[in-house]
Ligand binder design. Structure first.
Ligand SMILES: [Fe+2]
Length: 426
């Protein structure tokens, strides 16, 4: 994992640290006391757990190692909030997180304050000469907190969106009558292309090393699949047509109570969906979201195309967007939901929805699996998961780039996941 040397100023880090840490607490402001605690499914952690665990990361990996005479806030919390780091000792079972009414949210907020104050104290010792190793750890801590901010939003959505009262997280009017654009394609010639991170900016280890790949000619859809497109698939019996699905996929689909994306509810013959703005009519022109890899893959087959590989996706994104476009929809926009494209050229490759690719999550050539605890961050998950690209409406803007690799198992759909089609060149 690399950081930019230009960022290695203690003052600048402290400012960024405070902004990012504050945003996590702010995201929870609309919650009731009860919302902080529950864990309706194993994948969804209680919001208060995210607030504690992201704090643990700074205490455990930075303060206890780097700040002289640092006293843990509470020794018991130091194991309580370990997520999956075997090297850091015992921890509570992931699926038990929602059974823990203590520590209370108030104690966790005190824990955050304590760690924030000590972190400021540590940075104060360095001024403009932040050691590179500390800068790297801080950067990882902040990027980690941003990942948990996205999880906070998607977990809060699950907690509220599977409640039959459909409580809104925030009330914001959604536009439901947007213009749809025709299917168009971005063609790419056959050749050798470079993929993977380059340059001085931060990246995760899984984006390394940059390497070349040969791609045959192909085309990537200029827009993502919309709710209207997906509804046509549903109305064509898409969920029942076994020939469209992988074996594991159709078995999974048969278990669904509602044969539709997560959060879709049929009322009086009409489809509605839960968004963080409450139960809403569906905007046919907006990207479909909360679909699993199985659904994305079946849809692509129904449409007569396929999902792109992660390399195909990255090559187009690098060509089209050396910088993040101003129209991209990230968490700072507070739409809390994917929005419809504004024009035919608004490809929405970045932001809006994570796009499933047909690539298994595997190490790149010369993947630098780290030694020690941080070696557990990404590398040990490189099995049985598929790669997603592009970020979503719940991703912080400063957290995403063309080479970013997200990954989930094929049945997961509580993240803002969507579909972009690809096809072979003629
Ligand atoms: Fe974590």
């Amino acid at each position: 994992m690399t950081t930019s040397p230009t960022l290695a100023s203690a003052k600048r880090y402290l400012l960024r640290y405070q902004q990012i840490r504050q945003w996590s607490v702010q995201l929870c402001a609309p919650l009731s006391a009860e919302d902080y605690v529950v864990q309706p499914i194993g994948d969804v952690s209680p919001p208060k757990w995210h607030l504690g665990h992201s704090t643990w990361f700074f205490e455990n990996f930075i303060l206890r190692e780097q700040l002289e005479e640092y006293q843990l806030f509470d020794e018991r919390l130091n194991w309580f909030f370990n997520s999956y780091y075997e090297s850091q000792g015992p921890r509570i079972l992931r699926t038990n997180r929602g059974n823990m009414t203590r520590p209370s949210t108030a104690t966790i907020l005190d824990y955050r304050k304590y760690v924030d104050e000590h972190l400021a104290q540590l940075l104060d010792q360095y001024q403009d000469h932040l050691p590179e190793e500390l800068a790297q750890l801080l950067e990882i801590g902040l990027q980690h907190e941003q990942q948990h901010q996205e999880l906070l939003i998607t977990d809060i959505k699950y907690i509220l969106g599977t409640n039959p009262l459909y409580p809104a997280y925030q009330q914001r009017e959604e536009s439901v009558d947007n213009q749809s654009f025709p299917e168009e394609w971005i063609s790419v010639e056959a050749g050798l292309y470079q993929v993977g991170h380059q340059g001085d900016g931060f990246c995760w280890d899984n984006e390394l090393s940059r390497h070349q790949v040969y791609l045959d000619r192909y085309a990537l859809a200029k827009r993502v699949v919309t709710n209207g497109d997906y509804l046509a698939f549903m109305q064509d019996g898409g969920y029942e047509r076994f020939e469209l699905w992988q074996m594991e996929g159709i078995e999974w689909a048969r278990q669904l109570d509602t044969k539709a994306p997560l959060y879709w509810y049929e009322q009086g013959g009409e489809w509605f969906h839960y968004t963080l703005n409450g139960l809403q009519p569906i905007d046919l022109a907006a990207p479909v979201t909360h679909v699993s890899f199985f659904e994305a893959d079946a849809y692509a087959r129904w449409a007569g195309h396929r999902l792109p590989t992660e390399q195909e996706w990255e090559v187009v994104c690098q060509q089209q967007h050396p910088n993040i476009p101003a129209s991209a929809n990230f968490v700072e926009d507070k739409n809390w939901h994917p929005i419809a494209p504004t024009s035919e050229t608004d490809d929405q490759l970045l932001g809006n929805v994570w796009e499933w690719t047909n690539s298994a999550y595997l190490p790149y050539p010369r993947y630098p699996r780290l030694e020690g605890a941080l070696g557990e961050y990404n590398g040990k998950f490189m099995i049985n998961q598929m790669v997603l690209r592009g970020g979503s409406c719940a991703t912080p803007l400063s957290h995403i780039r063309a080479t970013y690799r997200n990954f989930f198992q094929t049945d997961k759909r509580w993240q803002f996941t969507g579909i972009r089609l690809a096809k072979d060149g003629d």
